[in-house]
Write a protein that binds this ligand. Structure first.
Ligand SMILES: [Zn+2]
Length: 269
């Protein structure tokens, strides 16, 4: 469950994502590409020395999980962290955690392995490298981002994608999402963020610019939906046919979900 990619030419290339990242965070691309997961899920390995965390082991895919374990080359996994519980991020978490002898920490207790949870304000120390947890509900109610101060980089899960925009899943809320975007935008500016490390798609430079784009996109879509309703569209499907006319029809079911979330939001105003 992730995004509605805006149709753009993909010049990043799969090999460009795999192995990319920052000084202390490396992406390992899972082989689960689809219109909803873009090139596949990015599993992130974060650390500077002997202790690492693994963020989003991805789907339950043995070869990918083994490859991530091999990449560790003997380093200890302090914890497996989940940006959220959707299966393309969490499906292999328990198996991977057992493989490397680590707990799984997530906001949603159903996805944990071990006693420790994870939530806004938590700080994890990896040999002096800090990972700060930022609560960003919206795409899903359990979405978290992870800020790496030393790299000025934010791991964003599905809250921000490397291409296109994110949908609001049935377990998320647009009002929460808009607040999370505002919070990330303010944080990115104050903290002088230099990179967003998404759950799908390539690393993004210019975090403030990307977040401004996301916020503007949301406002534009809401305006388009208000206009479609004024033009007589009666339900989410009819709105999709008007507002998402330029988007691949394979993505219309996801768009319908997104429109439903926006209609809920407009009704709540
Ligand atoms: Zn998701």
């Amino acid at each position: 469950m992730s995004g509605i990619p805006i149709p753009v030419e993909d010049t990043s290339g799969v090999s460009g994502i795999d192995g990319s990242g920052t000084a202390h965070a490396t992406a390992l691309l899972a082989p689960n590409p689809s219109p909803m997961t873009l090139d596949g899920t990015n599993t992130w390995v974060v650390g500077r020395a002997e202790t690492v965390i693994v963020v989003d082991p991805g789907p339950d895919h043995d070869a990918h999980l083994r490859r991530v374990a091999d990449h560790l080359a003997g380093r200890r996994v302090a914890a497996v962290l989940l940006t959220h519980g959707h299966d393309d991020h969490s499906g292999g978490a328990r198996k991977f955690a057992e493989m490397v002898g680590a707990p799984v920490r997530a906001l949603d207790p159903r996805h944990r392995l071990g006693d420790e949870g994870l939530g806004d304000g938590d700080v994890i120390d990896l040999d002096g490298l800090e990972v700060r947890v930022v609560g960003t509900p919206g795409h899903s109610s359990d979405s978290l981002c992870f800020w790496l101060p030393e790299d000025r980089a934010m791991l964003t899960g599905d809250t921000i994608l490397g291409r296109g925009t994110t949908v609001i899943a049935p377990d998320g809320h647009l009002a929460d999402y808009l607040r999370s975007l505002d919070r990330l935008r303010a944080g990115a500016e104050i903290l002088a963020a230099e990179a967003l490390l998404p759950g799908h798609g390539p690393v993004l430079a210019d975090p403030v610019g990307v977040l401004d784009g996301y916020i503007a996109h949301r406002r534009r879509r809401l305006d388009q939906i208000r206009q479609a309703i004024r033009d007589g569209a009666g339900d989410a499907r009819q709105i999709v046919e008007i507002v998402y006319a330029d988007v691949d029809r394979a993505l219309w079911p996801a768009a319908e979900m997104s429109v439903a979330a926006q209609l809920d939001y407009l009704k709540s105003l």
